[in-house]
Write a protein that binds this ligand. Sequence first.
Ligand SMILES: NC(=O)C1=CN([C@@H]2O[C@H](COP(=O)(O)OP(=O)(O)OC[C@H]3O[C@@H](n4cnc5c(N)ncnc54)[C@H](OP(=O)(O)O)[C@@H]3O)[C@@H](O)[C@H]2O)C=CC1
Ligand SMILES: O=C1O[C@H](COP(=O)(O)O)[C@@H](O)[C@H](O)[C@H]1O
Length: 452
Amino acid sequence: MIDPFVIIGASGDLTARLLLPAVAELVEQQKTPEGLTLTGVDRMDWTEEQFRERMREALDAHATRASARTRTEVLRRLRYRRADATRGEDLRRALGGIHPSVLAYLALPAHLFEPVLTALSEASLPKGSVVAVEKPFGVDLASAQRLNELLRLRFPDTLVFRIDHFLSDELVQRVFALRFGNRVLESIWNQQHIERVTITWDEPLTVEGRASYYDRAGALRDMIQNHLLEVLALVAMEQPARSDERSIRDARAAVLRTIPTMTAEQVRQRSVRARYVDGDIDGHKVPAYARERGVEASRETETFAELTLELASWRWAGVPFVLRTGKALAQSHAEVAVYFRFEPDHAYRGQPGGQNVLRIGLSEPYVRLAVNINGPELTLVTQDLELRSHATGRLAYSNLLLDMLRAQPMLTLRDDEVEEAWRIVEPVLAGWRRGEVPLREYPAGSAGPSGR
Ligand SMILES: NC(=O)C1=CN([C@@H]2O[C@H](COP(=O)(O)OP(=O)(O)OC[C@H]3O[C@@H](n4cnc5c(N)ncnc54)[C@H](OP(=O)(O)O)[C@@H]3O)[C@@H](O)[C@H]2O)C=CC1
Ligand SMILES: O=C1O[C@H](COP(=O)(O)O)[C@@H](O)[C@H](O)[C@H]1O
């Protein structure tokens, strides 16, 4: 049995906004082991009471689905240990005592994973422990390879979760269910019928005080290297041989392997990077990213990224997959859109109607298909067939924590998957570093860089 759940980086945004509310949801649903405790580890000079007070505020703001009783119960289970997580001695002290097994969760910026995992290995975790590493897994391909090696050598008896919470999100999982739970889509799910696919994750959220992490990451590493490439894998994958962990991970990884490494010329033509400047969102003034606290403007970190990829497979040859994400945009818009080839039918010559587009909401629970039906006098009008429904509605991080407690890593990233994803984005990072793609600007609260 796992006890305690140790969050390393517990004063950060992830803990407050996503991890603690997930714990609260599971406690409310009585899904956590009886008596499971939570230990927050961070370098803040806080007493346990001060930590609890911060976490009380976080739960009040973000665990709105949990009852007051549950929130109090979560607070009761919290401990705090001050530690510099890059020091083995500090971590050993923070973990203290004898535990059956530990869930050590690295809620830290990626550049700290190597020193913290090295320090954690010195703390000798008990057998049956779980180590969870957040995304992005490393900062480039070489660091991801080093991390995988480190985990293999120093944590041989420990189950490793390379986190991508989109895979545990029930709306994202809907892509898989639609593909493989409906025979009707399979025969048209290929380059013969599909013209292009867009995967969009636009957010009005700004950097939200996360500059210490985000300014070293940027939109490409924060969202495309992991979440959006994994959504692409679900859209494009072949039917897994079986419904087990190995088969499903194999099928996701196989898609990434079909994406050719981009040339410098392709990077120039197929990638866009931009950064928001002064603007307003919903009537609130938003300062330029470059002036946010903790941002080093000269790093030229992008807050918007777009990448067009092609897959070298018979199913997808010639179909562009456009991945796009940005912060401080006018609207929240997160969806997969599949555009079917558009051939006006002879019966309606001159009345072309609209293109069939299948849209799958990734943050709103809709599936929508634009279809043409008859309007007046042999014309066509385009309307949406729409389905709106939640699945169980459990938070993605709750599903993820449950999988950790049950030791089921299927919906997390495998070592080869993260390395393939870095191989795909690395030429883009290199081209951007060399200044071969201009850093464009867009006002906060706009639709993004002009023309996008
Ligand atoms: N926030 C989000 O929405 C999401 C975040 N993630 C991932 O979660 C991870 C963390 O992100 P986020 O919480 O936003 O980042 P933050 O910067 O908000 O939090 C990181 C925390 O780690 C602490 N820390 C830094 N160095 C040490 C150290 N040596 N010892 C102990 N603690 C340390 C920081 O403390 P200090 O302030 O003192 O530096 C900070 O509290 C990232 O990998 C991110 O990609 C994933 C999904 C969503
Ligand atoms: O991993 C991340 O995801 C969030 C978006 O996911 P959500 O589930 O919180 O909506 C994104 O805002 C953040 O920048 C990124 O680190």
